[in-house]
Design a protein around this ligand. Structure first.
Ligand SMILES: Nc1ncnc2c1ncn2[C@@H]1O[C@H](COP(=O)(O)OP(=O)(O)OP(=O)(O)O)[C@@H](O)[C@H]1O
Ligand SMILES: [Mg+2]
Length: 178
């Protein structure tokens, strides 16, 4: 199980993951997304890192569903559109860096206006393509294939320690019950 995160590339990030959570199926990935929605809220930032098909968009589906359970929103990878906005409360700005060349391109999608504007929750797929897109505070979820399921590593700056502890407790108690 090899991850992609080099913590030194993300100023302010704790040097080790604050949690490792086993995700047995895609429902568990969605539940983790729901938990993140509750923990982060407006102005929050979560970077999603993992290979093709690791479950990044599945996690965003859960996150968006956690803010609005009407089922109106079906998150898909914004690989071509680069950004999708979900009119939830708070709104979710779902971005994908896969097709960007580098840091200079962030401006062209209004990246810093969104991330620093703090008017919604920013979810950024393929953050590791442009580590300079990390705003210095927030979380990074690394999704790694693990047998038929996935392992999530939760990284964050130290201000999110308690929230991650809480997420870990909730996710573990759910997996014990199922
Ligand atoms: N914990 C899990 N266990 C098993 N399968 C999962 C898990 N989480 C998600 N999946 C499945 O993995 C597949 C790929 O998921 P998804 O599209 O979210 O990946 P992605 O990381 O966004 O991929 P891409 O990089 O291509 O955008 C889906 O079929 C999804 O149901
Ligand atoms: Mg995707």
């Amino acid at each position: 199980m090899v991850g992609n995160i080099q913590p030194g590339d993300y100023p302010g990030l704790e040097q080790t993951p604050l949690a490792e959570i086993s995700l047995g199926d895609d429902g568990a990935t969605r539940r983790l997304g729901e938990e993140l929605a509750g923990a982060l809220g407006e102005g929050g930032f979560v970077g999603l890192v993992g290979d093709l098909g690791a479950g990044k968009t599945t996690l965003v589906q859960g996150l968006v569903g956690g803010l609005d359970d009407s089922g109106r929103w079906a998150a898909t990878s914004p690989t071509y559109s680069l950004i999708q906005i979900y009119d939830t409360s708070p709104p979710v700005f779902h971005m994908d860096l896969y097709r960007l060349e580098g840091w200079d391109d962030l401006e062209s999608i209004g990246y810093w206006d969104i991330v620093e504007g703090g008017e919604g929750l920013a979810c950024v797929e393929w953050l590791d393509r442009i580590p300079g897109a990390w705003p210095g505070t927030g979380m990074i979820v690394e999704l790694i294939r693990h047998g038929a399921g996935r392992m999530a590593r939760l990284w964050a700056d130290s201000s999110h320690r308690d929230q991650i502890e809480e997420i870990k407790r909730t996710m573990n108690s759910m997996s014990e019950r199922s």
